[in-house]
Design a protein around this ligand. Structure first.
Ligand code: HEC
Length: 255
């Protein structure tokens, strides 16, 4: 059976959508193991608009093609034999519109974005670097090595100025080159509002698992903080933690 123009249109559109939604992330994951690069919804909408316009241009390039594309739609609207289908469609469309409108205006009981918790309660244990850590007992193994303290802080500073400063700022004030582009914005480490309130195991957890590691209760987060477990070693996390505490004049919170 020859496929109708309308089915072809639907098939191509759905195909393009699946490519953007599934194939692109799979290729991305293949190229950058450990990440899952999704196309943002706003971009996806834009791509789909271009795709639909292109498919329509292609399918209606010739007069008779355009007619063939419209034929089933016209038939549904006018054919006496399609009356039942027509009535169903005419009932479903307004209901769908009502449903979407309701969804966008109905009050929601979700906490507003501004009230999300900046320091959500950590899980009691995390799995990073293929190991499970109990966050209540986890300690920075390098901190007790007093003889090498200065060396670790210096090495942590090197990690910081390679990996972190362009978001968290070269003065650790949260105002790196890119900070204005993010919501939530990178946190400052100076002052007593952020890391001074945290135990070092909390910092370890936040750095190792990044924005995607934040629990649901902090949602919607969409934090840009990378999953550092994929990019730096465990030891580097402890060192950079020592650096940000030392530089900002803070001490990790203890129980
Ligand atoms: C792409 C930007 C970006 C980079 C690079 C980045 N961060 Fe972040 N970071 C953020 C954002 C945004 C937040 C705030 C939201 C959150 O907690 O996830 C954050 C939060 C944090 C927190 C939590 C602080 C708190 O008080 O809860 C720590 C600790 C942290 N970052 C450390 C680091 C370290 C160490 C590095 C370098 C290894 C780094 N960040 C690199 C964007 C970034």
């Amino acid at each position: 059976m020859k496929m109708s123009k309308l089915s072809l249109f639907a098939l191509l559109t759905i195909g393009a959508y699946l490519i953007f939604k599934i194939v692109v992330p799979v290729i991305g994951r293949f190229l950058h193991p450990g990440t899952w690069p999704l196309i943002p919804t706003s971009l996806l909408k834009m791509y789909m608009l271009f795709v639909i316009v292109t498919i329509l241009l292609y399918l209606t390039a010739k007069e008779e093609d355009a007619k063939a594309l419209m034929a089933p739609i016209k038939a549904t609207l006018t054919d006496p034999s399609k009356r039942m289908l027509r009535n169903i469609i005419f009932a479903v469309i307004p209901l769908l519109a009502a449903y979407i409108t309701y969804g966008s205006v109905a009050p929601s009981y979700d906490a507003p974005v501004e009230l999300r918790s900046i320091h959500p309660a950590p899980p009691s244990s995390v799995n990073v670097y293929n190991k499970s850590y109990n966050l209540l007992t986890l300690k920075n193994p390098l901190r007790d090595d007093a003889a090498n303290f200065a060396k670790y802080v210096k090495e942590g500073g090197e990690v910081y100025f390679k990996q972190c400063f362009y978001c968290h700022g070269d003065k650790l004030d949260g105002k790196g080159h890119f900070y204005q582009g993010f919501n939530p914005q990178p946190l400052p480490f100076m002052g007593t509002d952020t890391i001074a309130q945290l135990s070092e195991s909390f910092v370890f957890w936040r750095v190792a698992t990044g924005g995607p590691g934040l629990p649901k209760e902090g949602a919607p987060w969409l934090s840009a903080m990378p999953i550092w477990e994929h990019f730096i070693s465990e030891e580097e996390i402890w060192k950079v933690s020592m650096f940000i505490y030392d530089y900002s004049g803070n001490k990790p919170r203890t129980f």
